[in-house]
Design a protein around this ligand. Structure first.
Ligand code: C5P
Length: 403
């Protein structure tokens, strides 16, 4: 179903990022109605948003062409979500106090139960101002979701908290806004990506895992309201938005990071999506192994790596565990055998050669009752279905604890 997004743009230099957000939303299949404050039109021309969204931009309360003179209500009724990016200090103040002196603030007043996301952006000193923080607290209390701001270099040349989130991050926030929070109050720990097992200082044993499936699972869990920790092997992917990411190289480091997290706080759900190297060079060589003219190639002796998933699943107070299996050949039988060997209630099987590095995948879900196929889809779509399965089983086993 097409999602209808009402995108408010208020005055600030970050308004240019809202252009890219509009493009990403349209690309994701959403219909976008843009409403701009007067100040926003000083930064970006309405025509830019009109071209990107394919719709005339709503600009002021007194537009003669408005349907029946009631745009300030009608546009809020015709949307599934209301997003304001960037949300200036003035916009936050108006929204917190219920003022309505232009079209955008009137839309916020008339939004009723529409899921609402505000993405603040302003100079760091403005953001730190107690008056702004008071307004933010009021808005949170009213059930508004706030996204960001991020910390970093600002358009004014200063550095600090106040940057608008990047368009891709805002897209993730909008997905979360529209997703039932089935994992709120839960802690989810994941492993993802490959591991690199050093042979000498420049060579390692690795595999073709890109990390895409594990990153997608981390995002899906975060979208559902969980506190997510991702223990990530080496990958070219940027850390997922909203997720605490711990970067590791080897299987042993991955194991240590997982157990440190398990000790730090109770984990409800553990998803082992990493393609952990089964073996490592028995002794890592310091320096670089040199090729000697005429000499035989060096022997490579291997040692077994710890099986992180099996170890976690065997804990007396183990979290709900989900494993992965990349197989070749009879997927159903091998995945079921692996599920039992690892001692996990739910295992996701795929044909390794058809999964590594791609943006889509086809998987089977294996539990004690049998095997179910999930047809080919994007890794993010599959991740959402897998996390929904895990969340439902977790909910049936133990209701969300009070924290
Ligand atoms: O035995 P195999 O590597 O096929 O098992 C795959 C599953 O076990 C995945 O969930 C993977 O993350 C996990 N695993 C692990 N530690 C290992 C090997 C695999 O956690 N050393």
């Amino acid at each position: 179903m097409t999602r209808r997004i009402l995108l408010g743009v208020s005055g600030g230099i970050a308004a240019y990022k809202a252009c890219e957000l509009t493009r990403l939303l349209v690309k994701a299949g959403c219909s976008v109605q843009v409403a701009m404050s007067d100040a926003a039109t000083r930064f970006v021309a309405p025509l830019t948003f009109q071209a990107l969204s394919g719709r005339a931009v709503a600009l002021d309360l007194w537009q003669p062409q408005a349907a029946d003179g009631m745009d300030h209500i009608a546009l809020a009724r015709a949307a599934d979500a209301f997003v304001v990016a960037p949300a200036s200090a003035d916009l936050l103040a108006k929204a917190a106090q219920g003022r309505g002196d232009d079209l955008l603030s009137n839309l916020l007043l008339a939004r009723d139960a529409l899921p609402t996301l505000l993405a603040p952006a302003m100079n760091r000193a403005m953001w730190a101002n107690p008056a702004v923080q008071r307004n933010v607290a009021l808005l949170r209390g009213d059930g508004v979701r706030l996204a960001g701001p991020a910390s970093g270099e600002q358009a004014c040349g200063e550095t600090g908290e106040g940057r608008l989130l990047e368009p891709e991050q805002l897209l993730a926030e909008i997905d979360a806004l529209l997703t039932p929070q089935s994992l709120r109050g839960r802690r989810v720990l994941l492993t993802a990506g490959p591991t690199h097992e050093p042979w000498d200082e420049v060579r390692f044993l690795g595999n073709r895992s890109s990390g895409k499936m594990g990153w997608a699972l981390a995002r899906a869990a975060w979208e559902r309201g969980a506190e997510v920790v991702l223990v990530a092997g080496p990958s070219a992917l940027a850390p997922p938005h909203g997720v605490r990411t711990l970067e590791v190289q080897t299987a042993q480091q991955m194991r240590d990071a997982v157990f440190a997290e398990l000790q730090r706080a109770r984990v409800d759900l553990f998803i082992a999506a990493a393609a952990v190297a089964d073996w490592r060079p028995a002794a890592a060589v310091s320096g670089k192994l040199k090729k000697q003219p005429g000499a035989a190639p060096p022997a490579l002796e291997l040692a077994l790596n710890p099986d992180i998933l099996a170890e976690v699943a065997a804990l007396a107070d183990a979290p709900f565990c989900v494993g992965f299996a990349a197989e070749a050949g009879d997927l159903h039988a091998q995945a079921q055998a692996k599920r039992m060997r690892k001692g996990v209630p739910l295992l996701v099987g795929n044909l390794g050669a058809q999964a590594f590095g791609r943006d889509d995948n086809a998987v089977v879900l294996v539990d004690a009752h049998g095997v179910r196929e999930l047809p080919r889809a994007s890794k993010l779509e599959l991740a959402r279905r897998i996390v929904d399965e895990a969340a439902a089983r977790l909910g049936a086993l133990n209701p969300t604890p009070e924290r």
